[in-house]
Design a binder for this molecule. Structure first.
Ligand SMILES: Cc1cc2nc3c(=O)[nH]c(=O)nc-3n(C[C@H](O)[C@H](O)[C@H](O)COP(=O)(O)OP(=O)(O)OC[C@H]3O[C@@H](n4cnc5c(N)ncnc54)[C@H](O)[C@@H]3O)c2cc1C
Length: 310
């Protein structure tokens, strides 16, 4: 069996940057990706905060990075890394299509996934009125009534994006204040077809074949009294944060209380030879620039690990 120098889990910004650094150092690299390359950033139509790349789309960013990785001979394996075992021969990676790969080091760059509501019917209604990505699915809701649930930047971007497509956008937040940046809040407040609904929690979902309505539990901020509001809808965009994809790696590396991978400054995890990068990593800022930065740092640490083992 071929033994790779570095196996990378995830072809998002962090994983592909790690691959770029490793390949340029003439290491053999395999990148596992369970869906399509690019990761989360492909869901944004405009990146405005990546240095020296003003207004690039997420898809173009991902395509450019993949082309760059391929130009140095990057090898992609489009399947999910289901399990990684540390063995005397190296790290064994077992994939969803029953293949096994062997590598001397591993970089976990598996990012994070959307946080679910955890309500009855949610799984059944995904793609049938419930979505976690406005830019992916917003186009299906032309002139319809939709809601966005969440008060952070992504929720506000989603509401503003959907306001150009849908007839009405309810922007539902749990508290009476947004976590999002003030300019986004201002933009939402001044958009005619965005109706802001504060102090409200989604308590149930209605609809068999498709989502037809949601029920809100609304708290009166003055009396703390709770009332119910039934809201008929065509679509619900859930934007209540993200959770790391680390359940399957908890026997390999140490996680923090939120499930993020603990690592040091050089992205070294609790297991020698296993590094992590990007949104999967416990750190204060989960953004594109820190994902690519981690990718570079993790690859450099893996290269040093390999060179010192020779
Ligand atoms: C809508 C949206 C807009 C955003 N806009 C911005 C912005 O404008 N500026 C900014 O700086 N940041 C933005 N972000 C955040 C930014 O996209 C992320 O911080 C960054 O892309 C994280 O990159 P990553 O490679 O660490 O993880 P991810 O992008 O999550 O990539 C991880 C990859 O690993 C794959 N994967 C997971 N588990 C496995 C497995 N077991 N086997 C194989 N593959 C696996 C996933 O499919 C995914 O492709 C945005 C995020 C979203 C959702």
């Amino acid at each position: 069996m071929k033994v790779y120098d570095i196996a990378i889990v995830g072809a998002g910004a962090a994983g592909m940057t790690a691959a770029l650094y490793a390949l340029r150092a003439h290491k053999t690299v395999i990148i596992f990706e369970q869906t399509t390359f690019g990761g989360q950033i492909i869901n944004t139509h405009k990146i405005e905060n990546y240095p020296a790349a003003p207004s690039i789309s997420g898809v173009d960013f991902a395509k450019n990075l993949k082309t760059q990785v391929e130009s140095f001979g990057g090898e992609f394996e489009f399947s999910s890394a289901e399990k990684i075992d540390k063995t005397p021969e190296g790290f064994k990676i077992f994939t969803s299509d029953n293949k096994t790969f062997l590598s001397k080091t591993v970089i976990l760059a598996n990012g994070s996934a959307e946080r679910r509501l955890g309500l009855d019917g949610e799984e059944r209604l995904i793609g049938r009125g419930i979505s976690y990505c406005a830019t992916c699915d917003g186009g299906f809701f032309k002139d319809k009534i939709v809601a966005v649930y969440g008060g952070g930047n992504t929720a506000l971007y989603s509401a503003l994006y959907l306001a150009n497509i849908a007839k009405t956008v309810f922007l539902i937040i749990r508290r009476d204040k947004f976590r999002a940046e003030p300019h986004l809040v201002k933009a939402a407040e001044s958009t005619k077809n965005i109706e802001i609904v504060k102090n409200s929690i989604i308590s149930s979902l209605s609809g068999d074949e498709r989502l037809t309505a949601i029920t809100l539990s609304v708290t009166d901020p003055k009396t703390s009294k709770k009332t119910e509001r039934f809201l008929p809808l065509d679509g619900l965009f859930v934007s209540i944060g993200r959770v790391p994809n680390n359940e399957i790696f908890k026997n390999l590396v140490t996680l923090d209380e939120q499930g993020y991978i603990k690592s040091d400054e050089s992205c070294q995890t609790s297991t020698p030879g296993v590094f992590c990068a990007g949104d999967t990593r416990a750190k204060t800022l989960h953004q594109l620039v820190t994902a690519t930065s981690d990718g570079a740092v993790a690859a450099t640490a893996a290269i040093e690990f390999l060179n010192s083992a020779q």
